[in-house]
Design a binder for this molecule. Structure first.
Ligand SMILES: [Zn+2]
Length: 476
């Protein structure tokens, strides 16, 4: 056994409910500062929080999607700490009985086998307000985010490489998006991720756990983890150790930087929240949510491979988002060649969409136009290269493919007589190549095909050209 890397993740995801967790204030990003606030979410004396049932639905949906058990009887707790963005000086969270526990997410281990990464718990809590620092150095507070519902997902330290952790994050994100629980926008703070990393050497020596915070993208998380693993190994090799601390990733310097030491564990003095009634769930309530779960990405992937005979790679790409998988399935309801659709979506469509930084909704042509294009290609009316030209123009202008094909004169020449005429002309002009071919130089054939295609402005059916050249040369 070699060195072992241990990585655990803690993820906070804001839930996409209409209103906040304990009051009727709107849950929206980007509103004017301090406009979505009321005495309840500010925690003013005399106000009473009432738990939003939708928060339970969303959190249980997440729990079931991540294979968790659901606690039937649980409660909210107060987590006491003083921080300016927390008006009450406590956060309403869950302490010893999380709503969901003991689940897992499956990832692909380094050796290619399936590996289950444990999820210790998923609990619900309220988000805090937000500190804003202005140009003069003053700190201002916006409480719009205070009381926005969150789930905190805590993994077990089961990930043994930054790559596994990256996959865990990707899968988590996919499920949250497919189930519509969170919009998972890291840049807007609706998904926040903290990472715990340490290394155990073969001889048993361990580095101290380092916590990585302020990771603003999955890529940053991956880089920060890779950086830390190297740093831990280097220190251990020198007989030194890491400090138990919190570090942040600095994108411009490509390294992690110490934020604060973590010598003492903070005592939050948790106790049950007396103002929110206990949560008691019936079997029926949980089953009802289970029955309404949408098809999850992993299941969809397996179904795509089985139902449409697609390779695993294709199935993975097509199920990275609900938009892409829906797009694919709508296409296949109109045209049955799954592999052809998959190829065109993966290469031409997604490449262009990603290059332009747009979504599938923004694409200028509809699926019927796309299907029309694939049909004329598969029927041999235009060749693949011409098809790509048509696609490009459809993408840029939204013009109908039939019009583009007509305007550009791209219809393939299928008429054998017409092609034969061109072939005979080319062969007579290139007698040396005909001779070369007869003497076993296969390259000469490619040259002749090229000449015929050129003469036909790329419109001759290439299979027909090939066959005719060989046939006619036999009699020369
Ligand atoms: Zn409120």
């Amino acid at each position: 056994m070699g060195d072992k890397i241990l990585i655990g993740l803690e993820i906070h995801a804001e839930l996409l409910t209409n209103t906040k967790i304990f009051c009727g204030c709107k849950n929206e990003f980007g509103a004017d500062v301090n406009t979505n606030c009321c005495p309840v979410c500010l925690g003013l004396p005399g106000s009473l929080p009432v738990l939003n049932e939708r928060v339970l639905d969303f959190a249980i949906t997440a729990g079931l999607s991540f294979n968790c058990k659901i606690a039937r009887n649980t409660k909210m707790d107060r987590k006491n700490y003083f921080y300016p963005d927390l008006t009450k000086a406590y956060q309403i969270s869950q302490y010893d009985i999380p709503l969901c526990y003991d689940g897992y997410i499956e990832v692909e281990a380094e050796d290619g086998s399936a590996k289950k990464i444990g999820i210790e718990r998923i609990h619900i809590e309220e988000d805090t307000g937000k500190s804003l620092h202005d140009a003069t150095g003053d700190t201002l507070l916006d409480y719009n985010r205070g009381g926005v519902p969150l789930i905190e997902i805590v993994s077990r330290p089961d990930m043994n490489s930054p790559k596994e952790a990256y996959q865990f994050l990707e899968k988590l994100k996919e499920v949250l998006l497919f189930t519509n629980i969170s919009d998972v926008k890291m840049e807007q703070g609706s998904l926040r991720c903290d990472v715990n990393v340490n290394v155990i050497k073969e001889d048993g020596r361990k580095s101290n756990i380092v916590e990585l915070k302020n990771l603003n993208s999955f890529k940053a998380a991956l880089k920060a983890m890779e950086y830390e693993v190297i740093r831990h190994n280097e220190l251990l090799a020198k007989g030194e150790n890491t400090v138990r601390e919190t570090r942040r990733w600095d994108d411009s310097q490509n390294k992690t930087i110490s934020m604060r030491s973590k010598e003492s564990v903070q005592d939050y003095r948790y106790f049950p929240e007396p103002d929110v009634v206990d949560i008691n769930l019936t079997e029926e309530y949980v089953n009802d949510i289970k029955n309404k779960l949408p098809e999850l990405p992993d299941d969809k992937r397996k179904r795509f491979m089985k139902e449409y005979s697609l390779p695993e790679y294709d199935a993975k790409v097509l199920t990275t988002s609900k938009e892409i998988s829906n797009y694919f399935e709508e296409m296949i309801s109109k045209f049955s060649d799954a592999k052809m659709i998959s190829n065109w979506i993966m290469t031409e469509l997604l490449r262009r969409v990603n290059d332009e930084g747009i979504t599938l909704d923004d694409v200028k042509f509809d699926k019927d136009a796309f299907v029309y294009l694939l049909k004329v290609i598969s029927e041999g009316k235009i060749n693949n290269n011409a098809g790509k030209k048509v696609f490009r123009e459809m993408f840029e202008t939204g013009k109908k493919p039939e019009n583009i094909i007509k305007e550009k004169g791209l219809i393939q020449i299928q008429d054998e007589g017409a092609i034969k005429e061109i072939v005979v002309g080319i062969l007579n002009d290139n007698l040396q190549s005909v001779e070369d071919y007869k003497n076993g130089k296969d390259r000469a054939l490619g040259f002749l095909v090229g000449q015929v295609m050129k003469a036909s402005k790329g419109k001759a059916n290439p299979q027909m050209v090939n066959k005719l050249i060989i046939d006619i040369m036999k009699n020369m």
